[in-house]
Design a protein around this ligand. Structure first.
Ligand code: NI
Length: 227
């Protein structure tokens, strides 16, 4: 399941983060790559553990915390500290897979990557190419979103970023471990959550049917979630 979450950041939020990261130290994107990725990856990345990255990462995490649709879709248990990358002058990231387990160098922190997340930080009309292409059994899904919008996709999928032939593509990316490991179960919970919110807006939160469905939602969470 791929999900688009609009308006994680507003214009001011994007501008603030860009101001911080654009002034930061950018290095070869292979700083965080595994062996196979290294062969496919040509981009730049904001240096890990730099002050600018930490500051911008906190702003992203704050914004995610204020985005109910993100919480409902991802059901995050552990979120890897956000990273930032930039593609320009024909740079691309060929077909690859993300590591199943991500560790944070020098710490005990590690996650199983269930979902990969890309938060776009550049208006799509400002660059040519730079589409995120995610493969599944149906075929290819091409993603290029407005600045401030985010896509969540299964970390288990083969994916790539097409060459950026004009302008520059700047984005934030990270992985997360969900409380609900199964994509299928997580999707059912999201659909139920959306239905409850719609019904609640129509009938009010104290409507008996809304209460019963909310109870069902939480009981399914008890069955499927790790906390
Ligand atoms: Ni990747």
């Amino acid at each position: 399941m791929m999900i688009r979450i609009e308006g994680v950041l507003d214009e001011e939020g994007v501008r603030r983060i860009r101001e911080i990261i654009d002034a930061g130290p950018w290095v070869d994107g292979n700083e965080t790559s595994g062996h196979q990725s290294r062969l496919a990856k040509r981009n730049e990345q904001l240096k890990q553990n730099c002050e600018e990255g930490a500051q911008a990462g906190r702003l992203v995490l704050d914004a995610l915390g204020r985005t109910p649709e993100f919480i409902a879709a991802a059901l995050p248990l552990k979120v890897f500290p956000p990273l930032f990358n930039r593609y320009q002058g024909g740079e691309e990231f060929g077909a690859h897979v993300d590591n199943s387990i991500r560790t944070l160098a020098g710490t005990e922190f590690r996650i199983r990557s269930d979902l990969s997340c890309t938060l776009f930080l550049e208006p799509p009309e400002a660059y040519e190419g730079g589409e995120l292409v995610v493969e599944d059994l149906f075929g290819e899904h091409r993603v290029k979103l407005a600045a401030g919008d985010m896509v969540l996709y299964p970390a288990s999928s083969v994916h790539r970023v097409t060459p950026v032939t004009r302008g520059a593509r700047t984005a934030c990316f990270f992985w997360l471990q969900s409380m609900v490991r199964s994509h299928e179960e997580r999707e059912q919970l999201l659909r139920l959550d959306r239905s409850i919110r719609t019904l609640s807006a129509e009938r009010g939160a104290t409507d008996p049917v809304v209460i019963e469905l909310t109870n069902l939602y939480h009981n399914l969470m008890r069955r499927w979630a790790d906390a």
